[in-house]
Design a protein around this ligand. Structure first.
Ligand SMILES: Nc1ncnc2c1ncn2[C@@H]1O[C@H](COP(=O)(O)OP(=O)(O)OP(=O)(O)O)[C@@H](O)[C@H]1O
Ligand SMILES: [Mg+2]
Length: 625
């Protein structure tokens, strides 16, 4: 294919930009549907002579869906630029074909050998440099799918033309997701996020540089603050499971790195550069600590400790979520799990003030005691049939007992009845817009338990409440909870949300390093797919088939803050850059230490007051600015 470029000059003689051509400024009817603010292109180039970049090339086939542009000598196009070209068809009128640049090539036309470049540079051999941009069509308006003709003028699109090319003019409500390469905002159609025509977001990319978590939070910020949800923003909530460090415990604090440039970047997207105003934080209690304080170090105030009492564990049928690993699926003891869960629900009576239970004559006030009671029932010949099921063999029961016992260490800190329950112990999305559940201090098995139990409860609550506000659920490392292989109760809950969540108003925002490890039906149910930096092996997998070949390669180079966003209406994923978080993502980014709800008295003897013993020294971790 490349040989063809040496064959001709593609009609670009370097004078295209200067040629007076009345047709260039004509736009067909319909483009004016865009609001005037759209015309504020950063360089003010809308429709001006600068917008002319070249002509449709004639050296390769031009098709309605793909065409090439020979660039004028003084012009350039870069990847992701949006261009338009107009063709007049007698009897039909003007057809505007818009597209996005997916590749740009430069070569010496007239050179045959590698060494020719030296002769050409010395002026010995006549040749010229020609750049050719490949364009993927995004829209043809009106819908007459004819190829742009070689020789037609091609312009850089801005203002209403750019909005039309990218379908922004048709979006009843648009969510800003970042800026394009041209500096102007890129939008996602809110209808594909709020359940109207689609839902769910899948974000993939390698660890550390793909900025998956940061983008997911930026998306939430945009959902809540851009106005795209209209009045529904008031009732919209977010539930965020945090699995990596304490990064998300500061999202209600302004970032010290917030400066005028960053504020301008947010303003350019129509967003305030502010932290999340309404947020609640939950973390597990410190293990082996009787005070019920949350197990966090960076933030010592405004974080609630969560746990479930033994009584709640029995009454709410939580046992299946203890067995949520791939290993459990391979075993035969599912019947035992359900049998034991039923017995716990029916036989465990609440006991005492702190959530213990009494089963027969036995009292269980800790998870260890509960396990002992269950094991005793399963090993006693008299009770065994009732607790394990009538036909269950000893081998199966033993396998169950082994797995149950191995859950002691992971789950002991969050299933207990030895602490005095506070009013805000149970995780709830009720009282704040963003609910952060910090799981990073928990064992993986306990993380799965919490995600499963909380999501199942939220799904049930939404089902009972009928259609109401939207709940955006962000799950990092989705592959841990919904792996491609096997089944588990948590995967069932997530699949249920992926398939039915749209009608329930639960929207999943999943992030994972590799989409190829996540359950297919969850990825395929995500209307919005986002990719940050990928490694090259991953980029080649079919899960990223929505990325054109050039974008797959580019994804292996993407910088932090750069993402490719694919949405159903736009045939080419759009490259966006989103601004650095306006909220603190670590303690050192907090302008001031997060305040405790009630400030301790200055003269309080800190050393004697265990409650304050975990407060960091005020001089700790001074921001580097
Ligand atoms: N818009 C941005 N521009 C530049 N850098 C950013 C931007 N957003 C976040 N970062 C930086 O990129 C780093 C990685 O971001 P983030 O934690 O979101 O990545 P991740 O893909 O979730 O990584 P992991 O897989 O390890 O969880 C952060 O330390 C953050 O400071
Ligand atoms: Mg992350």
């Amino acid at each position: 294919m490349t040989e063809s470029f040496t064959a001709g000059r593609a009609g670009s003689n370097g004078t295209a930009a200067a040629m007076p051509n009345g047709t260039a400024a004509v736009t067909p009817d319909g483009t004016a549907a865009v609001t005037p603010d759209e015309t504020a292109a950063p360089d003010g180039a809308a429709g001006g002579p600068d917008a002319l970049v070249g002509r449709v090339a004639g050296t390769e086939d031009s098709t309605p869906l793909q065409f090439a542009v020979a660039l004028d000598e003084d012009s350039y196009l870069q990847l992701d630029d949006v261009v338009v070209t107009l063709r007049h068809i007698p009897g039909v009128g003007a057809i505007l074909t818009s597209g996005v640049v997916t590749q740009v090539r430069a070569r010496h036309e007239g050179a045959s050998f590698g060494s020719d470049v030296f002769l050409i540079s010395d002026g010995v051999l006549p040749a010229r440099v020609q750049e050719i941009a490949e364009v993927s069509t995004t829209r043809v308006e009106p819908e007459v799918y004819v190829p742009p003709r070689p020789g037609e003028i091609v312009r850089r699109a801005s203002g209403p033309e750019r909005a039309q090319a990218l379908y922004f003019d048709q979006m009843p409500s648009r969510l800003p997701v970042g800026r394009g390469r041209d500096g102007a905002p890129i939008y996602v159609n809110m209808e594909f996020l709020d359940g109207t025509r689609g839902a769910h977001v899948s974000i993939s990319g390698i660890s550390g540089v793909a900025t998956k978590t940061s983008f997911a939070l930026f998306l939430l910020h945009s959902i809540f603050r851009s106005g795209a949800l209209g009045a529904r923003a008031v009732n919209a909530k977010a539930l965020v499971f945090s699995v990596k460090g304490e990064d998300l415990l500061f999202l209600d604090q302004p970032n010290v790195r917030l400066d005028d440039d960053l504020r301008a970047a947010y303003a350019g997207l129509g967003l305030p550069a502010e932290p999340f105003g309404s947020a609640g934080f939950w973390a597990p209690p410190i293990p082996d600590d009787q005070t019920g304080r949350p197990n966090v170090t960076g933030r010592t105030s405004g974080v609630e400790a969560f746990w479930w009492t033994i009584a709640e564990f029995c009454a709410r049928n939580m046992l299946p979520y203890v067995f949520a690993d791939a290993e459990d699926e391979r075993n035969q003891y599912t019947i035992v799990i359900h049998q034991v869960a039923t017995r716990l629900r029916l036989d465990a009576a609440p006991y005492g003030e702190t959530g213990a239970v009494k089963i027969g004559d036995d009292v269980a006030a800790t998870y260890a005691e509960l396990i002992d009671v269950i094991v005793a029932r399963l090993t006693d010949e008299e009770t065994r049939q009732d607790w394990a099921g009538p036909v269950t063999g000893a081998g199966t029961v033993n396998a169950f007992v082994r797995r149950l016992r191995s859950s002691l260490r992971p789950l002991r800190p969050i299933i207990r009845a030895d602490l005095t329950p506070g009013p805000r112990r149970l995780i709830s999305t009720q009282d704040q817009q963003v609910t952060v559940v910090d799981l990073h201090n928990l064992h993986e098995r306990a993380q799965r338990f919490v995600v499963g139990v909380v999501l199942a409860a939220e799904t049930a609550r939404k089902e009972d409440a009928g259609p109401g506000g939207l709940l955006f659920t962000m799950i990092d490392e989705l592959n841990k909870y919904a792996p491609r292989e096997g089944t588990s109760p948590i995967k069932e809950v997530l699949l249920d949300i992926a398939e039915r969540g749209r009608s329930l108003g639960i929207i999943l925002i999943g992030a994972q390093q590799t989409a190829s490890e996540v359950e297919r039906r969850i990825v395929s149910n995500s209307a919005i797919r986002v990719v940050g930096r990928l490694d090259s092996a991953e980029a080649g997998r079919p899960e990223y088939g929505f990325l054109p070949a050039s974008q797959r390669t580019r994804a292996t180079l993407a910088k932090p803050g750069a993402m490719f966003v694919s949405q159903p209406e736009i045939p080419v994923p759009l490259a966006v850059e989103f601004p650095f978080p306006a909220w603190a993502t670590r303690r050192s980014e907090c302008a001031q230490a997060p305040r405790p709800p009630v400030a301790p008295r200055r003269d309080a003897p800190r050393r004697d007051a265990p409650v304050f013993s975990r407060l960091p020294d005020p001089d700790d971790d001074v921001p580097p600015f």
